[in-house]
Design a protein around this ligand. Structure first.
Ligand SMILES: [Zn+2]
Length: 178
């Protein structure tokens, strides 16, 4: 069975940059180990990137969170170098949740419908982009087994991390690594 690891927004700005946290730094070894395991087993790894433009402060997200981050092309927008892999797919998303999961892409071009046999989700922030994408994936692929490894996720705060894990469990997502 093909397994897919989705690595959510492990970008410099969310780890050591504008919105970094010690919790995000602390999961780096676990995230690296997980990615290496998937690659070694011949499975698929997809990186998402939170992606904003220079007009970030005028966007609705910018009004609620007035901290410019993940401006496309900047160092803060890049996936953390020790985790990133050029040979894996990268999906740029302008909002918390990616709405294009049901399509397969070749660069920016849609190739057709995507199928996932088994999904594991890791990354940051547990209570924003991890939970958003977990629930969107659950809606698009209700018969696909979806797992979130808590030991490879970090939230805005430890409390909001725990609350998001509880929400995902309520929605029948397997939460491991707590
Ligand atoms: Zn953002």
């Amino acid at each position: 069975m093909k397994k897919t690891l989705i690595v959510i927004d492990m970008q410099n700005d969310f780890v050591t940059g504008a919105l970094g946290s010690k919790e995000a730094v602390a999961i780096l070894p676990n995230v690296k180990k997980k990615i290496d395991e998937y690659i070694a087993a011949g499975h698929e790894v997809i990186f998402t990137r939170d992606t904003h433009g220079e007009n970030y402060m005028e966007t609705r997200e910018g009004k609620y969170l007035p901290v410019p981050h993940c401006i496309k092309g900047t160092d803060g927008w890049q996936v953390v170098a020790e985790l990133d892999r050029e040979d894996c797919e990268h999906l740029d998303k302008p909002s918390f949740g990616f709405t294009g999961w049901s399509f397969a892409y070749d660069g920016a071009r849609v190739l057709g419908m995507r199928r996932f046999e088994e999904i594991e989700i890791i990354g940051v922030c547990t209570d924003i982009c991890v939970v958003s994408n977990a629930l969107i994936l659950k809606a698009y692929f209700p018969e696909t087994n979806i797992t979130v490894d808590a030991s490879c996720c970090a939230g805005v705060t430890p409390e909001s991390h725990a609350a998001a894990l509880a929400t995902m469990k309520s929605c029948q997502i397997n939460v491991i690594g707590e």
